[in-house]
Design a protein around this ligand. Structure first.
Ligand code: AVI
Length: 326
């Protein structure tokens, strides 16, 4: 039945709505139920994530900003090779708040490079393009709108220069360890020798510090999770009752997995188009993993995906690390 429903829904929808619908229905008909945190970022979700980054408990952004602001020369020396020109590709560039310090430094030091931000949002890229051209005169910028690996292929087709790929913000933590391994292996196969990758990892630390960053008392992270239900209600004509779901956060300091769930507070049914999803009281929806790493976890990930570590830079608290791979 579900299959027939899904097929009939495909016929009348655009590809992006179809993928969203299929992913959501597939996730909610699994046991245990799950939703992908990649769908958190609609307009409201973007706004809530901005609020998260401004929370005192959410240390990640400030830590990586500290690295890009205060250790810019160190980063530059790890990603440049003599005077060889290169393409600096940023995956999920967003507003390039952190990388803009590096961009400025490279321009000021006469280093020949082209900045290629990749983002799924054309709107974000056009704002970024205007902002950076104004802030950093002389910056050579080519925006690439689309999926990471499609755009990496496009970047390779556009120029044969050496590639340096930035993947910042601890975004790699939003993949399960296996997915992160597959992602890095794919990245390794898309690059050639001489290329570099700079990945931002949130480090394992006092478990209270980590849990507090995702379990804020103001409830912004809870809203961030619940907003996906609002998005499903709006875009898929569903009827989630937001008051019947509660955010629950866990951190396991042994595995380093920080996970968020939504708990169904009652036995209930939710309708998404003409599909009915049944929830038992206390049943969970697995929403997001934010994986934390030890330095040996990072080494293992780099090695298993075909990279070697060229260098690494930590913030002054030693809570976050930007690891450069070759
Ligand atoms: C985008 N990403 C790295 C954030 C994180 O820390 O996992 C998303 C987030 N989820 C809850 N708070 C922030």
């Amino acid at each position: 039945n579900l299959k027939r429903n899904i097929n009939s829904q495909i016929e009348n929808s655009s590809p992006s709505v179809t993928n969203f619908r299929l992913d959501i229905l597939e996730g909610l008909t699994r046991d245990p139920k799950r939703l992908s945190s990649k769908y958190f970022y609609d307009k409201k979700g973007d706004h809530l994530f901005q609020k998260i980054m401004a929370m005192p408990e959410y240390y990640l952004t400030q830590c990586e900003l500290d690295i890009f602001k205060n250790k810019t020369a160190e980063i530059a020396s790890l990603i440049t090779i003599d005077d060889e020109p290169f393409d600096l590709i940023e995956l999920g560039a967003g507003d390039a708040m952190k990388s803009s310090y590096l961009l400025k430094y490279l321009v000021e030091n006469g280093i020949d490079y082209t900045y290629m931000p990749i983002d799924i949002s054309g709107n974000i890229l056009s704002i970024l393009d205007q902002k950076l051209k104004k802030e950093i005169p002389g910056l050579d910028i080519v925006c690439l709108e689309g999926e990471y690996f499609d755009m990496l292929d496009k970047a390779a087709a556009l120029s044969s220069r050496r590639k340096v790929v930035l993947f910042l913000g601890g975004n790699i933590g939003n993949m399960e360890v296996r997915e992160a391994h597959d992602f890095c292996t794919h990245l390794n196969r898309s690059l050639t020798s001489g290329d570099r990758v700079l990945v931002g990892f949130d480090l394992k630390k006092n478990p209270h510090t980590i849990l507090d960053a995702y379990n804020d008392t103001t409830g912004i992270t809870a809203d961030f999770n619940l907003n996906l239900l609002t998005r499903i209600n709006r875009e898929l004509e569903a009827d989630f009752d937001l008051k019947s779901f509660q955010h629950y956060q866990t951190y396991d300091p042994v595995s380093g997995a920080c996970r968020s769930y939504l708990v169904s507070l009652t036995d209930q049914q939710v309708t998404i188009d003409d599909t009915t999803i049944t929830f038992r009281e206390n049943e969970l929806i697995d929403m997001e993993v934010s994986q934390k790493f030890s330095e040996s976890d990072i080494e293992e990930l780099a090695e298993r995906s075909g990279f070697t570590i060229a260098g690494e830079i930590k913030d002054s608290k030693k809570w976050f690390i930007d690891s450069v791979w070759k």
